[in-house]
Design a protein around this ligand. Structure first.
Ligand code: ADE
Ligand code: ZN
Length: 324
């Protein structure tokens, strides 16, 4: 089954590129850029990956990304991920990045845009992996700042497949970002948001109503509201579910307790994704293999999940029809 899962053409729709930073590369970039890390060794970094909730992860995630300084750093980060994704049988990656923490430490907006764009073109040449770029706003920072970043990013809007919304969910409801998302709508940029990861089902309804999103990242808590489930099902709204992430961040205690089978039973348009693979036990293939071990799904279920992702990917239709 593992060989079959590896060969299945997979599209990854929910991936934070800063969350692909493996400890070895963290040390290498820290040395190159003169950044002092609060760890003595790679093993010490890995030992620190013990999370009690989303915030305890975010603290390490924001700390880790401080080693990224130059276009070349972002290029190498993304190339290292594309190589691993290719090994996992991934044919399309939608990578999101968080411009605000980089800007806050003096890394200009063009640095991630240019470095990631170069890696995306190189991945296409080297691995025949297509990709799309998502700029995500950090929801625990002010909405005015997000709006300002969206305007500042104007020279790179043509590179964006979508904008997203991530970081600490509880206490930062989607309605806080209505004006930013309205501006993106005016600009013709598609919109996505994390919702219902740690936050309640009401945040998923809020993302649909206030932000007019075309995809919900996570969304696992929708099951708490039957009317919302019906709404998501009738709209065929994709949910980018991240099974291992949900275990590592204690959204569920064990994968066997994950609501994935129930989401599928409810007829929802679920996809499988890795979220932050360097922090959460591996990439796409590990997520697929873990689901097979936990739920015993047969090939038809995995085919359906992979089909959902290909149908919803920001990808040209000719490539999509070849892959479907
Ligand atoms: N940023 C990176 N990973 C995230 C996650 N799982 N939830 C919210 N924000 C994130
Ligand atoms: Zn995420």
């Amino acid at each position: 089954m593992n060989t079959w899962l590896k060969a299945l053409p997979k599209a990854e729709l929910h991936l934070h590129i800063e969350g692909t930073l493996e400890p070895e590369q963290m040390f290498e970039l820290a040395a190159r850029n003169g950044v002092t890390l609060p760890y003595a060794s790679v093993d010490e970094v890995r030992a620190a990956y013990e999370f009690s909730d989303l915030q305890s992860f975010l603290d390490l995630y924001y700390q880790g990304m401080t080693v990224l300084h130059t276009e070349q750093d972002f290029f190498e980060l993304a190339m290292a991920y594309f190589a691993r994704a290719h090994d996992d049988g991934v044919v399309h990656v939608e990578l999101s990045f968080d411009p605000q923490p980089h800007l806050a430490r003096g890394v200009a907006l063009g640095v991630p845009f240019e470095g990631l764009e170069r890696a995306m073109r190189e991945a296409e040449r080297r691995y025949d992996i297509s990709s799309a770029l998502i700029m995500s706003f950090v929801r625990d920072r002010p909405a005015d700042e997000a709006l300002d970043v969206l305007e500042q990013a104007q020279p790179w809007h043509h590179q964006l497949a979508a904008i997203g919304l991530d970081s600490a969910e509880v206490g930062n409801p989607p309605e806080k970002f209505t004006a930013v998302f309205e501006r993106a709508r005016e600009l013709g940029i598609p919109r996505l948001a994390h919702a219902g990861e740690e936050g309640p089902a009401g945040y998923i309804s809020g993302a649909l109503d206030a932000l007019d999103v075309c995809r919900i990242d996570h969304g696992v808590r929708c099951l708490e509201d039957a009317a919302l489930v019906e709404r998501l099902r009738s709209k065929r709204m994709p949910l980018t579910v991240c099974p291992l992430s949900n275990v590592y961040l204690r959204v569920v205690e064990r994968l066997e307790d994950h609501p994935l089978p129930m989401l599928l039973e409810q007829g929802l348009k679920v996809t499988l994704n890795s979220d932050d693979p360097a922090y959460f036990g591996g990439g796409m293939l590990n997520n697929f293999i873990a689901c097979h071990a936990a739920f015993g799904w047969e090939q038809a279920i995995f085919r359906q999940l992979a089909r959902h992702a290909l149908e919803e990917a920001f990808m040209d239709d000719e490539r999509r029809s070849r892959l479907l």
